[in-house]
Design a protein around this ligand. Structure first.
Ligand code: DAT
Ligand code: MG
Length: 140
């Protein structure tokens, strides 16, 4: 399997509870390397642009407000099959369905406030990395 990069976000519910280090340990223990990382505060409009694919869903407004409610940590994870591996480490969207040991099983508060975002395919990973990081920030 090829070495890939994926975009990860540690969401406001997790940064607020000081869980950045515990979540990063889960990534590193799974063999994912954090090759870029920064803590930023999104505006609701920026969150809306990032999640524009969900614009028609009933929870969109709530999702944008939540993502702008506290700082987030945006990061690029790298490794063999990083996109699928990260989704595995994250667990299912709804923490009630997330496998034991996954980030969402251990830390998520609800389906909306579920601690982490991870890209779902190579195309979205490339778009989402470019949304947050410039080429200069992406040293190997
Ligand atoms: P994922 O984050 O697992 O890729 P998604 O892309 O379907 O899930 O949805 C994006 C985010 O939107 C998700 O992490 C939390 C929020 N969300 C999804 N379904 C929801 C629901 N039924 N109620 C409230 N928020 C929801
Ligand atoms: Mg998604």
């Amino acid at each position: 399997m090829a070495v890939e990069r994926t975009l990860s976000i540690i969401k406001p519910d997790a940064t607020k509870r000081n869980l950045t280090g515990k979540i990063n340990a889960k990534f590193e223990d799974a063999g994912l390397r954090i090759v870029a990382q920064k803590r930023i505060q999104l505006t609701p409009a920026q969150a809306g642009k990032f999640y524009e694919v969900h614009a028609e869903r009933p929870f969109y407004g709530e999702l944008c407000d939540f993502m702008a409610s506290e700082p987030v940590v945006v990061q690029v994870l790298e490794g063999e099959g990083a996109i699928a591996k990260n989704r595995e480490v994250m667990g299912a969207t709804n923490p009630a369905d997330a496998a034991p040991g996954t980030i969402r099983a251990e830390f998520a508060e609800s389906v909306g406030e579920n601690s982490v975002h991870g890209s779902d395919a190579p195309e979205t990973a490339a778009q989402e990395i470019a949304f947050f990081f410039s080429g200069l920030e992406l040293v190997g």
